[in-house]
Design a protein. Sequence first.
Length: 234
Amino acid sequence: MIGQPPWARVYTYPLATRDDSYAAHHKRSHAQLLFLALSTIAVFVIAATVLVVNVRPTPQTCGATCGPRLGPRLITGALYRNQQWGYAVEYDSSAMSVSGQDQNGVQLQPQDGDGEIDFTARAGSDPAAAVQNAVNSLDGSEFQNMQQIGPVRGAEIGLVAGQGVAFAADFVPPDGSGQALPVGIVVMAATQRGVTMTVTAFSAATDDIRDAPYGLDHSQLFDFSVTNTIWSTA
């Protein structure tokens, strides 16, 4: 027999088998990736926790440094303290001075003599009644032709919400030193921890938009003290 040509020879190849070591290696890679992801998350959580703890504000003991304390402090700031009721009132000593005081409160008068702001406290929890009592106590010989402008919307004393009312009137100097002057009057009261504080303020009337809506030309000066009143924490 004539043999087959070389190109016609049949070769057999072994069947390819699954490499079990590759499969095992593949499984280990998934496990390693999962471990790496969990480790990264854990590190992030720990870092975030440390950051939050470090930046968290530390509570301070209340005293003269507590209270609203809004905006930059005044270079000429002064602090009236009331021993009877434990509150304090901050004011600008370059623009106002104490014109009177008793065990319940203080009267502050602008240096130019225009108007006054009176702080007083009593035991109680009815700001509406306190406002009405303060209005009734206004001297009718000094404050004439009073006309109510309306309620004081958003009335607050030391950032404690309260109630208030505003008036327009003619102020007659009690010493008879001058003619009647148009003024604006604001009366407010607020209650906290069984103490009711009342604020009565008046000064010359003005149409300046900065002093709207109640038209006291010293409204911004008075507002600083009203806002920065510090209530007792006892």
